[in-house]
Design a binder for this molecule. Structure first.
Ligand code: IVH
Length: 682
């Protein structure tokens, strides 16, 4: 066959396969058998193999098979991806309806489009001239991660649009939707993870997010992710009158749109929809957490606009958590990475909100005492989306007298060291966490090392939980620095470990030594210091040694760091043993690049100026604003004092506003603030 003929054949096949994909995955109404479909795919694959230069990224054969990435690129969203305000009661929804009317200056009924609120992750899909080119996560609403390869594995995402007859597709189309993992798939995935000793996904949302953030798209391809599309960003050359029309058009273009939606002529009709959906909630194969109410007219939506980071024209009306009754068989205690002892109830398995449950968290001794939960009790539990639910109360009438009271043990179940139990003030404040005091507690050590090696920390690929467990149990690793002293011989003593795998792990260890300061700080596992706090710290400290000498006062000048976090950091670096491990890490070659040079003096135009923010800014998040100030040499602080130079006031300012006025601090509006940030005119 010559290339010209192959090209025609290939195009015909692709068109056919796309059509059958749509029938099968989106409409759930196939018109050919699976065998016939497979035959089409095989013919296309064969032709593409013979004529590799005819392969294009949007071919249905290209859904899997891209090489793994090192990291995700950033994607800036054309229009920000907003979030929704929540309501839990009918009264709040009525208030929303009145607010909409007030704002629009009308007393007539407002038409709404009511949809399901899917519990997954928001994504944006970009189509250029009808071809799927870029897919990204929501991220912080402004900038997300490029997860195109992973999204291509989602069979319900069309790679090419199906434009209407005689219509050409928009030159640019940004579609928004929620990617989710069906409940059955989550249960299956968690069963597998339990078997291989991996941590379980707490809810379908985490599972969807975790699956979408795989650098290797072949892993994502194994997870049966799905999508429902619910909106658009920019669309060139095409406008819509209503949200309803928009959804209808998306469906015709080939996107999956949730069929459970309703056009409601007034808010009361939305309540009917909400009740019906709440009642049939357990029947959906996916998790939903409420109903999204949107003003149907896009013209009115535009008039209404946004407030802070949510639209004034939409509201999420959440469902109440599902409650059921079951019996507690036992209470066990888990020791976490920070040494916290958490009591967990083991119960007769029950289904709540479509998920089978056999454990519930009891949080701490205080909770157990307050609710008077005993082993053998019949209890009401509730699930608010997470796989691990909460005990709401004991059904006291069901007591037989055989129930046993429970107390957190005095010795750590993992290492036998004393357990420190909260007393006095802390207990009163409800911070009743019991902690193991053993420094070498294996429960902490394993968790510490798992955390240290995890992707967002030092990212030691291939060093899984099973391996870490063995390394600790065999005494090969007593702290995380020991990882870097491991030899091939050490690794070969482990079960199911060959030369190849050992070699890979050693190479990954080697690679992980070159890291960044914020990752390293995060990896240390300091109580209360997550990724975000680690990032804040590196803006002020350029070396670990410097951070380790920092005083409470110095730490607290960083906006976002208060007493508790500062105390935890100081406490951590005070420990001689921790200092020893940090020195050892350095000796074994763990390093990070010196901090980026500061902006040249001409650009440090806010040098020495202290800014405080109050209320929500319209165009920047608080973090972005603080970052901008600091990158120009200024300082952002969380409280107003005499030293404050400027208070930037957004919508709904708090008490700082009054304080600043009393102290005579200069007050800036958002616009004035933005002008200060802008580069000087030349
Ligand atoms: S509309 C500005 N519609 O809920 C409009 N969102 O809290 C924002 N979500 O980030 C989105 N189902 O991830 C919309 N039918 C639906 C939705 C939905 C789920 C998620 C979405 C969004 C979050 C907002």
């Amino acid at each position: 066959m010559n290339e010209a003929l192959a090209k025609i054949k290939i195009e015909k096949l692709r068109e056919g396969i796309n059509f059958h994909n749509y029938r099968y995955y989106v409409l759930d109404d196939p018109v050919i058998s699976d065998a016939e479909y497979d035959q089409l795919i095989r013919s296309l694959e064969n032709l593409e193999k013979q004529f590799p230069n005819l392969v294009i990224p949007s071919s249905p054969t290209q859904r899997v098979g891209a090489p793994p990435l090192d990291k995700f690129e950033e994607v800036r969203h054309g229009t920000p991806m907003l979030s929704l305000a929540n309501a839990f009661e009918e009264a709040e929804v009525k208030e929303f309806d009145s607010r909409v009317k007030r704002f629009l200056g009308t007393s007539g009924d407002i038409e709404y489009c009511a949809e399901l609120k899917m519990d997954g992750v928001a994504v944006e899909l970009i189509y250029e001239n009808g071809l799927f080119t870029t897919g990204s996560t929501r991220g912080d609403g402004f900038v997300g991660e490029n997860v195109t390869q992973n999204l291509k594995t989602v069979k319900t995402i069309p790679l090419t649009l199906i434009p209407g007859q005689g219509e050409s597709p928009p030159s640019r189309l940004e579609v928004r939707g929620e990617v989710y993992l069906p409940i059955k798939a989550l249960e299956e995935l968690n069963r597998q993870r339990e078997k291989s000793g991996e941590t379980l996904f707490a809810n379908p949302r985490n599972a969807a997010a975790g699956s979408l953030r795989q650098l290797d798209s072949s892993i994502t391809a194994k997870r049966p992710l799905d999508i429902f599309c619910y909106g658009v960003g920019q669309v060139s050359g095409r406008s819509f009158e209503t949200q309803w029309d928009l959804l209808q058009t998306l469906l015709h273009w080939g996107f999956k749109v949730n069929p459970n939606r309703r056009r409601c002529r007034k808010i009361e009709e939305v309540f009917d929809f909400y009740r019906e959906m709440d009642e049939s909630r357990d029947k959906f194969p996916y998790e939903i957490d409420g109903v999204v109410i949107k003003v149907n007219s896009l013209r009115l939506q535009e008039t209404l606009g946004n407030i802070a980071r949510s639209p004034r024209w939409a509201l999420a009306f959440k469902f109440k958590p599902k409650q059921v009754v079951t019996k507690i068989r036992d209470i066990i205690v888990n020791v976490g990475r920070t040494g916290a002892l958490t009591p967990t109830a083991i119960m007769d398995p029950v289904r709540v909100g479509g998920v089978e449950i056999s454990r519930a968290t009891l949080h701490n001794q205080d909770e157990i005492d307050k609710k008077d939960v005993r082993i053998g009790d019949t209890v009401v539990i509730q699930r608010a989306g997470d796989v691990i639910p909460e005990v709401v109360r004991v059904v006291v009438e069901k007591r037989t007298g055989q129930e046993k009271k429970f107390r957190i043990p005095d010795k750590c179940p993992a290492c036998g060291a004393d357990v420190e139990k909260p007393r006095g003030e802390k207990k009163k404040k409800g911070m009743a966490v019991a902690r193991c005091t053993g420094i070498a507690c294996p429960a902490k050590l394993k968790e510490n090392i798992i955390h240290f090696a995890s992707r967002d920390a030092l990212n030691i690929e291939g060093l899984g939980e099973k391996i870490i467990e063995q390394l600790v149990d065999k005494g090969l690793v007593k702290d995380y620095a020991d990882l870097y002293a491991l030899t091939l011989e050490d690794l070969l003593t482990l079960e199911r470990m060959g030369e190849k795998l050992s070699g890979n792990i050693l190479a990954a260890l080697q690679r992980s030594k070159k890291t960044s300061l914020d990752r390293l700080i995060y990896a240390l596992g300091i109580l209360h210091v997550g990724e975000h706090i680690a990032k804040l710290l590196v803006r002020k400290f350029s070396a670990l040694e410097e951070l380790s000498r920092a005083s409470m006062e110095k730490l607290k000048t960083i906006s976002g760091i208060g007493d508790e976090i500062a105390a935890s950091i100081v406490q951590f670096f005070k420990q001689k043993d921790n200092q020893r491990v940090i020195r050892k890490l350095k000796e074994l070659g763990v390093e990070y690049p010196a901090q980026l040079p500061q902006a040249p003096p001409t650009l440090r135009k806010l040098e020495g100026k202290i800014f405080v923010f109050t209320g929500a800014l319209k165009t920047l998040s608080r973090e972005e604003a603080e970052f901008r100030v600091e990158s120009l040499g200024g300082q952002a602080s969380s409280s107003v004092s005499k030293k404050t130079d400027f208070l930037v006031v957004g919508e709904d300012p708090g008490s700082k506003y009054e304080k600043a006025q009393n102290l005579g601090v200069k007050i800036l509006t958002e616009d004035e603030f933005l002008k200060m940030l802008a580069p000087e005119d030349r």
